[in-house]
Design a protein. Structure first.
Length: 97
């Protein structure tokens, strides 16, 4: 899936078939469903899942929890906007898909 295809999918009511859990979490977050995004992220192991988990807690305003997950992800706490971070995560993940 390309970046453009993913962004087009955000106009739909259901996520695309066969996207991985990382992209699924970002998809739900973009659709305003933080809870579903968080539930999905909680089940992802590895640094990428921890990065999304950190981003979601930063978005929630729980900076202590976010800081923990950024450390697990091996990422600094960003000074960018949430929108920029979401875009950076998406670009990193799509680039590996």
């Amino acid at each position: 899936m390309t970046l453009a295809q993913f962004k087009i999918s955000l106009k739909e009511t259901l996520p695309p078939d066969k996207i991985n859990a990382l992209l699924l979490s970002l998809w739900y977050d973009s659709k305003g469903n933080w809870n579903r995004a968080h539930e999905t992220a909680q089940d992802i192991t590895g640094r990428d899942g921890s990065w999304i988990h950190a981003y979601l807690h930063r978005k929630e305003g729980d900076l202590s929890n976010a800081s923990y997950w950024y450390s697990i992800a091996g990422k600094p706490i960003p000074s960018s906007s949430l929108e920029e971070e979401w875009e950076n995560i998406l670009k990193a993940l799509i680039g590996r898909a």
